[in-house]
Design a protein around this ligand. Sequence first.
Ligand code: C2E
Ligand code: MG
Ligand code: MG
Ligand code: MG
Length: 280
Amino acid sequence: QAKRDDHAHIAFYDARAEQIAREYIELHTALRQALDEQEFQLHYQPQTLADGQVVGAEALIRWQRPGHGLISPLSFIPAAERSGLILPLGEWVLQEACRTLQRWHKSPATASLTLSINVSTRQFHQDDFIHQVAQALQLSQANPRQLKLELTESLLAEDLDKVVDTMKALANLGVQISLDDFGTGYSSLQYLQRLPLHQIKVDQSFIRELLNKNSKDTAIVRTLLSLGEAFGFAVLAEGVETREQLNYLCQLGYTEFQGYYFSPPLPLTQFETYCQRHID
Ligand code: C2E
Ligand code: MG
Ligand code: MG
Ligand code: MG
C-alpha cells in the first residue's frame, strides 16, 4: 500500500518536472521570436528630487506578447539569463536607451535627464561589452554622461580585479555606474572603495519597513547615506511609495528618489508628458 503511494508520488513529480522543462523550452523559443518580432519595449520610471522635479529615469523592459498582454521582466529575465538570450536582449536595451537619450535632447523638459539601464552580470562579462556601449553611444550621438549602467552586487562575487578593470573602462567612456538593489547582496565595504561608482540605489526592501517602529532599517538607510558621503557617490532611495516614507527619508538627508509615490514606470510618450508637467 505504502509502496504504491510512493510510486504515485514519483510519477507526479516526474510529470511536474517534465512540464517545467517543456514550459522553459517554450518560453525560450517565444523569447527568441519576440526579439525578432520586436515585441519588447522600454518603460521609463522617473527619478526625482523631493519636490518631484525629474532628474532622470530608469528604463525597465516589458514584453508586449500577443495574446498575453504586457509581461513583467520578473517572469522572463531569469529565463533569458539562463539561456543566454539576455545577451542580444541586453544589447537591444542598450541601443534603445541611447536612441531615447538622443530623442530627449530635442526637448528642454528632457534634454538633461540621465537614463539608467539594468545590465545583467552575464552581459557585463562579455568580452566586447565595452565596445557595445561605445558603439551604441556613437551611433546615437547620445551624451555618455547621461547614460547610467545599473549593476548588481552579484557582480562582485568573483574576479573583482577584472570587474574593476571593466568598470574603469566604462567610466572612461564617460558613462556613470550605479549599484542596484544595494544592501541585498554581496557587499563588502572594502570593495566599495575600489569601484568607480557614481551611485548606489538603496533597495526597496529597506524603504518598505522604514516606518515600522521595531525596524532596524533606519540604521541601515542612515548608514548607506554616510557611506555615499564618505566614498563620494550619490545615494538614491528606491521603492518610495508614500508621503510618510518620503518625509522620513528627507529628514535622514536623502535627496533622490524613485517609486510609485511619484510615478510607476511609464511608456515613452507618457513619461515625456509627465516631464512637461513637472518642470520646476
Ligand atoms: P530593478 O532594477 O530593481 O527595478 C525596480 C523595480 O521595482 C521595477 O520592477 C519597478 O517597476 C519596481 N518599482 C518601482 N517603484 C516601486 C515602488 O514604489 N514599489 C514597488 N513595490 N516596486 C516598485 P520591474 O519593472 O518589474 O522590474 C523588475 C526587475 O527586472 C528590475 O528590478 C530588474 O532587476 C529587472 N529588469 C528590468 N528591466 C531590465 C532590463 O532591461 N535588463 C535586465 N537585465 N533586467 C531588467
Ligand atoms: Mg534597476
Ligand atoms: Mg533596484
Ligand atoms: Mg530589484
